[in-house]
Design a protein around this ligand. Structure first.
Ligand code: PNS
Length: 164
């Protein structure tokens, strides 16, 4: 049985993430989508909300399960008996950053990183940009699953009301 981990912040999951997850699921028997917990970074969504959104968006994909982890990614990979990390690459900036992490993870543990080039349809997408656009009232249609878009618009409206 082959398995891989797709790690990320997923605050929230985008259609770009889902493209990479679904392509990973086509290559591996099991794909663990892991929401990495960063206690020093306050997200827009809680870890539980992020997991729920990913679970709903990947329910149709066989072999995909969603978890969370706090600490080194490679420790989780070893705990799960997984030897491959999957990352999407949008372009050269991603590559520089991801290469360094991949080499560090390989040095630490022997766990290798496999890169999936992002579908060009989504290469401009990031959770941070989508949140910023939504916060300022821009149209994020097509960038997120419909349900995630509804939850994002509700959350930014709530934040705006709280800060008014
Ligand atoms: O979605 P992101 O924020 O680009 O994901 C980055 C993430 C969370 C996958 C990366 O920062 C990570 O793996 N963090 C876990 C802690 C860790 O293992 N750090 C060493 C990386 S070499």
């Amino acid at each position: 049985m082959t398995g891989a981990i797709c790690p990320g912040s997923f605050d929230p999951v985008t259609n770009g993430h889902l493209d990479v997850i679904s392509r990973a699921a086509a290559q591996f028997d099991e794909v663990i989508v892991t929401v990495m917990i960063n206690k020093s970074k306050k997200g827009l969504f809680t870890i539980e909300e992020r997991i729920d959104m990913i679970e709903r968006a990947t329910a149709h994909l066989p072999g995909v399960r969603v978890t969370a982890w706090h600490g080194l990614l490679v420790d989780y990979a070893k705990e799960q008996g997984i030897t491959a990390i999957i990352k999407g690459l949008r372009g050269a900036n991603d590559f520089d950053y991801e290469l360094q992490m991949a080499q560090m993870n390989q040095k630490l543990s022997g766990v290798d990183t496999l890169f999936i080039p992002t579908n060009p349809t989504y290469s401009y997408l990031s959770s941070s940009l989508v949140k910023e656009v939504a916060t300022f009232g821009g149209d994020v249609t097509g960038m997120l699953p419909d349900e995630v878009q509804e939850r994002l618009l509700a959350r930014v409206a709530q934040r705006a009301a709280d800060n008014a």
